[in-house]
Design a protein around this ligand. Structure first.
Ligand SMILES: [Mg+2]
Length: 267
């Protein structure tokens, strides 16, 4: 099954690494799996829904954990948002509700970035990870969405797995506030979404059906893989540890206990 895959997408947290106070720690077998994929000559990417850190910074943290990935092998929802915007709304101003760093990176990539819809006619509102929110800014973003601006979010899942239990997604909270006020559903560009899948397939240069998607989250990673008929592998080392095998229509093609189980399956 995996021997036939022509490209690989790995989730990060709970799949290849665990977060600790001291940074990222590679899970057993993660470095060996990456090395085995490279030896086979097939491309790979890592997709994390963390939208507040630059891919280059993530690659640097991964190198410290012993996992060597190029900057362009690391994808976040900011990457898929920029591809979406470039394809559909080129040259339009975008209100980015996110960190200062996210706004700067998007502006550096050529996006016309605004921090507030005030007095502007933005083509889109994009919500990424936020640390704080100003209600007046959210109101103006909601009005822009009501007037027809595209409404994108990095993530609309309520929470992600922390060491001490679920951590609420502030980006999802802000997205929900705007959605409620504007009466519009957001378009997710992180996992799982078509925009995220397009980013993965274009980076890999491989059609979705020939990709293996490996992750620990059924609602994110396995759901992403199923959009385009990729081969899906659930790793039970993270958020889905201890849950019963989902199986059925929404289930993965393969369930493994840890990433090291892949080494012998790569062909
Ligand atoms: Mg994960």
């Amino acid at each position: 099954m995996l021997a036939e895959a022509r490209g690989f997408m790995f989730d990060l947290d709970g799949t290849l690494v665990q977060r600790s106070r001291d940074g990222l720690i590679a899970l057993p077998g993660a470095a060996e799996v990456i090395a085995a994929v490279r030896r086979s000559g097939r491309p790979l990417v890592v997709f994390t829904n963390a939208s507040h850190v630059a891919p280059a910074e993530i690659a640097r943290e991964l190198a410290q954990a012993g996992l060597e990935l190029r900057d362009d092998e690391v994808i976040t929802p900011v990457c898929s948002a920029m591809r979406y915007l470039a394809g559909r709304l080129p040259d339009r101003a975008v209100v980015v509700l996110g960190s200062e760093d996210t706004r700067r990176r998007m502006a550096d990539a050529g996006v016309v970035v605004l921090a507030d819809a005030d007095g502007a006619d933005p083509g889109a509102v994009f919500v990424a990870h936020v640390d704080e929110a100003v209600l007046a800014v959210l109101e103006r973003a909601a009005r822009a969405v009501q007037r027809g601006a595209a409404f994108l979010t990095a993530n609309y899942a309520a929470a992600y797995a922390g060491r001490d239990g679920p951590i609420f997604s502030r980006g999802a909270m802000v997205t929900a506030a705007i959605a409620k006020a504007a009466g519009r559903r957001p378009t997710v560009v992180g996992k799982p979404s078509r925009a995220a899948l397009r980013e993965v397939t274009s980076r890999l240069g491989v059609a979705a059906a020939s990709i293996a998607v490996i992750g620990d989250d059924i609602g994110m990673d396995i759901a992403l893989g199923r959009i385009g008929g990729s081969t899906t592998v659930l790793v039970r080392s993270g958020i889905s540890a201890g849950t019963p095998d989902p199986g059925g229509r929404k289930g993965p093609d393969l369930v493994i206990d840890g990433i090291s189980d892949l080494i012998s399956m790569l062909g």
